[in-house]
Design a protein around this ligand. Sequence first.
Ligand SMILES: [Zn+2]
Length: 109
Amino acid sequence: MRAARFYDRKDIRVEDIPEPELKPGTVAIDVAWCGICGSDLHEYLEGPLFIPAAGHPHPISGESAPVVMGHEFSGTITALGEGVDDLEVGQSVVVEPYIICGVVDTGPG
Ligand SMILES: [Zn+2]
């Protein structure tokens, strides 16, 4: 698949990469639309800010640069990972992905 990947400040490359592995608790999505967020622009100009730098894996996801850009997108579910029982293949979805550690108190709301 084609993907825009963040390597480092002012270094985003559009590349052919393997399809991601469908992990338990996740779904595969045929992306219909993906926006470019202001945080993507800041990441490009000033990063790495939120994207874990190469060699410094994120403590929860384990991922680090290069990573696929785009965190506000929509599409259609094409496959369900093990343990996903509240969504269906063919369902239209809108994604705002966050990974919450469950330890840090983010306050009300
Ligand atoms: Zn955003």
